[in-house]
Design a binder for this molecule. Sequence first.
Ligand code: G4P
Length: 534
Amino acid sequence: MSTAPAAEAARRRTFAIISHPDAGKTTLTENILLAGGAIRAAGAVRARGENRRTRSDWMKIERERGISVSASVMTFDHDGKMFNLLDTPGHEDFSEDTYRTLTAADAAIMVLDAAKGIEPQTLKLFEVCRLRDIPIITFINKMDREAQDPIELLDEIASKLALDPAPLYWPAGSGGRFKGMLDMREGMFIPYAKRTGGAADDEGHPEPVAFAGNSINQFLEDAEKAELEEQAELVGGGYPTFEVQSFLEGHMTPVFFGSALRHFGVKQLLAGIGAYAPSPKAMKAEKNGEPTSVEPGDKEVSGFVFKVQANMDPNHRDRIAMLRLTSGRFTRGMKLKAQNTGKAMSVNAPIMFFASDRELAEDAFAGDVIGIPNHGVLRVGDSLSESGTLRFAGLPNFAPEILRRVRVKDPLKAKHLKKALEGLAEEGVTQLFRPMIGSDFIVGAVGQLQFEVMADRLSNEYQLDVIFENSPFAEARWLVGERAAVEDFVDKHKSAMGQDIDEAPVFLGKSAWEIGYVADKYPKVRFERTKERA
Ligand code: G4P
């Protein structure tokens, strides 16, 4: 096998799954691993997913190091491609990390529950993908249950996401009447065999048959066949034909159908990811302050940290920095330098996340993710390279969705609290805003769990007992625009103004409605939901 960085990068497919809780992300993850030959039996990921929620099951490295890394990335080699599936924590683990993970993905699979369509969390995650120009593949899941009319689902994608849906398959019925799907381009029918639980569940489905031939009659009755034929014609004429370029540019999404639970349609989805999802792209960066482009095939090894996993065991201060590689051939023991500190570190024990049992990386290429154990020196957004001169654009901060006022129980420790909060904000655990008027700190997070992590770390690492109180503010937006316009706005709204840790002005609104209202009155000021960190 080639070890040339360009060729290795070209066969990488680094992607994440975005969905609303319960749409079937965990089930699909598991079935992608099954279809990719990375695991042999169902149940492994699911159990892990659930245990992760209760935070009790640690994988081997976790037990050894006491660090939670499970399922952050799952890597598997299949059909000549190397797939890296990044975990985007959902449910109560939903946090800024979920958004940041998307900055390390080259494509995203959007899973929709066929009965529910686009749900709020899907929409939020989609917006982040759009911001980062990440192409989206759609998987309409749970076809084995009563579904909405697929045409309505496609129309919802078009209207809510302003994305052209291009169905590659078309389902025959749903729920109890689900019979399979037509491969719109090949004219083949992929039959669905209804099974009920147990081992038989894993046996798969009948082989595809030509839709035009006689074999189709064993799967579809005449009326069903006629209906599918008519629908396929309608859909073929009503929706654009799939074009890879348009998909890569973020205008179009190929649509797949299936049932993750019943192992149906997942093989086709995985083949689609292999065929259409992009390999790692060149990345914009600065080298010694000059703009440059880092190609995946460049000789110099480089990458950026998109996530830092803190230790769950308070006796250890170890952290694992997740480094998304952007170029070169990384080999174990290599020295990498952080651009901001200039410090060199030997990466002797990188962790690679093979879905099978290999754990230590021997080499890795652009698109891959390695975990670097360290003692807190690596931060989210850090750029690492052999020369230490490359700097990738900072990872963005996302407008928090929960704001709380934070107070320390012992008033003598107020100064100490400021330092601790700044440290955690620097690290990307939570965001910190200092109102222009008043002395309280406002902390912001995307998910509730971030407050728990914060309270835990303040108590364990800084010996600070804090209280989170309701804040009068519900929304934060960064102000961008001509200096005079921004200053004028700030002057007139001092009681609702704050600064983030980089002293950038932030408008703290009582509601999204209020933000819309002031934004209308001040057209020269932009109220941004994200901020690229310097
Ligand atoms: P999530 O990670 O997106 O939150 O979803 P997850 O995979 O945990 O799936 C949520 C529920 O939906 C689960 O049921 C799961 O079995 C079910 N599910 C997922 N894919 C399909 C599908 O294709 N068809 C059908 N019919 N159901 C599906 P649960 O009852 O909450 O959990 P469990 O009792 O099955 O473990």
